[in-house]
Ligand binder design. Structure first.
Ligand SMILES: Nc1nc2c(ncn2[C@@H]2O[C@H](COP(=O)(O)OP(=O)(O)O)[C@@H](O)[C@H]2O)c(=O)[nH]1
Ligand SMILES: *[C@@H]1O[C@H](CO)[C@@H](O)[C@H](O)[C@H]1NC(C)=O
Ligand SMILES: *[C@@H]1O[C@H](CO)[C@@H](O)[C@H](O)[C@H]1NC(C)=O
Ligand SMILES: *[C@@H]1O[C@H](CO)[C@@H](O)[C@H](O)[C@H]1NC(C)=O
Ligand SMILES: *[C@@H]1O[C@H](CO)[C@@H](O)[C@H](O)[C@H]1NC(C)=O
Ligand SMILES: [Mg+2]
Length: 389
């Protein structure tokens, strides 16, 4: 990681954030920092053993590719209108660009998933979460039948999978209609399971759309369930904010804008959206002004930080935590006067976080080493290895 000062950004006057965000987002031309997808061989048995894997499934045109592009590639929702439909199984490893270590499998609808030549057991065995996308603007009976089939097959192979149902494209529905659709899908899906004697399978439901932050919020919850260190992270955040006079703090994966942890005060959507906007501003400006002349360097590194004062006596404070993670805090102006204290506590917090993840890296490495020695390619029963802290 380069050591040049890439970013140091202060806006001290009162400002209307809406205008600044609006102009940076227009046209999307500044969105130059695309994580590079690594397309792996479908049958590559390695790398699946230590990483929690997320499968993204659903009928054709339900919105799977769009979700992947918007969450991990900063594609603007409009552009998804021109996405070509996928013709092969596409497995993407996002681990290199993001803290979150997982893979997305985009299953094109037209492939018969239960074709006998298709080794679904191998796929489900290493899976931590299965996201099933249902298009809420379409007739969803076929999707529900498919969901039932998928969930029951997957459960037989691996009862530890988290089943996450995205009721998607809800931007087209009125508020009443949203609630009614969720209730109906919930009821039917659970009835189908009960009829099959499988009421012990738990399905989680989310209302999502790529046109607002709901897709990021839902992805955050899905990913958080797969992070074994979550309770430790929450604890560290609680200690940090209570000792620093901070209102709310989020630990963000910068590339995907998924928040991997927050303190235990309730999350409100507006706060979360503001954090996402702030990360966009930081990365966009760094991409324009932070890279070296020859285009090398990285838009996010140790020097990355930002302070934005809102017009309601609240300050947004962003700081780099690790290569992939950023802390975004909401601080009252009067508490922000003790910035030295906040920075000192942050320093301790950051050290603790790094220790938490060093343990994780050591475990991952030794597991890789072991599985390499054994040449015994049995994946962990659940894609989420439970690592001791
Ligand atoms: N209104 C709306 N349309 C969406 C949303 N997500 C995806 N779409 C559209 O749905 C269509 C199919 O999406 P695509 O990602 O190709 O579906 P896939 O076949 O499941 O990969 C595209 O035209 C997208 O623009 C959403 O949240 N809301
Ligand atoms: C702060 O800015 C927002 C967005 O422009 C505006 O709606 C709000 O009225 C402003 N509040 C104050 C106290 O100026
Ligand atoms: C996206 O769609 C909206 C509404 O249809 C339109 O106003 C906007 O200009 C579009 N943006 C791009 C980048 O195409
Ligand atoms: C991950 O990214 C780094 C640069 O950020 C690159 O040097 C490395 O080769 C990448 N790893 C893989 C597996 O692509
Ligand atoms: C100021 O506005 C932000 C964003 O709307 C909000 O999250 C925060 O709670 C507000 N602060 C106060 C003191 O009202
Ligand atoms: Mg697709």
């Amino acid at each position: 990681m380069s050591k040049i000062i890439l970013f140091s950004f202060m806006l001290l006057q009162q400002m209307s954030c809406g205008i600044l965000f609006g102009c940076l987002k227009a046209g999307g031309m500044y969105r130059t920092w695309h994580p590079h997808p690594i397309l792996l061989d479908f049958n590559d048995p390695f790398s699946t053993e230590v990483k929690p894997r997320i499968l993204l499934m659903g009928l054709r045109r339900s919105g799977k590719s769009s979700i992947q592009k918007v969450v991990f590639h900063k594609m603007s929702p409009n552009e998804t209108l021109f996405l070509e439909s996928t013709n092969k199984i596409c497995r993407e490893d996002v681990s290199n660009s993001s803290f979150v270590n997982f893979q997305i499998w985009d299953f094109p609808g037209q492939i018969d998933f239960f074709d006998p030549t298709f080794d679904y057991e191998m796929i489900f065995r290493g899976t931590g979460a299965l996201i099933f996308v249902i298009d809420s603007q379409d007739d969803y009976m076929e999707a529900l039948a498919r969901l039932h089939l998928t969930v029951t097959r997957a459960y037989k192979v691996n009862p530890d999978i988290n089943f996450e149902i995205f009721i998607h494209k809800v931007d087209g529905l009125s508020d009443d209609h949203k609630i009614e659709t969720q209730r109906d899908i919930h009821q039917r899906a659970n009835d189908d399971l009960a009829d099959a004697g499988l009421e012990k399978i738990h399905l989680s439901f989310y209302l999502t759309s790529i046109y607002d932050h709901s897709i990021f919020e839902a992805f955050s919850k899905v990913v958080q369930k797969l992070i074994p260190q979550l309770p430790t992270l929450e604890n560290l955040l609680n200690i940090f904010i209570s000792n620093s006079g901070i209102e709310k703090a989020f630990l963000f994966d910068v590339v995907s804008k998924i928040y991997i942890a927050t303190d235990s005060t309730p999350v409100d959507m507006q706060t979360y959206e503001l954090c996402c906007d702030m990360i966009d501003v930081v990365i966009d400006i760094s991409c324009i002004y932070g890279l070296k002349d020859d285009g090398t360097g990285t838009p996010y590194d140790k020097e990355s930080m930002a302070i934005i004062k809102l017009n309601n006596t609240t300050v947004l404070y962003l700081k780099e935590v690790t290569k992939f993670l950023a802390l975004v805090c909401f601080v009252r102006e009067e508490s922000f006067e003790r910035k030295g204290l906040i920075d000192y506590n942050f320093h301790c917090f950051r050290k603790a976080i790094q220790e938490v993840f060093e343990v994780r890296m050591k475990v991952v490495r030794s597991r890789k080493h072991q599985s390499h020695l054994q040449k015994n390619k049995r994946p962990t029963p659940n894609g989420t290895p439970r690592m001791p802290l």
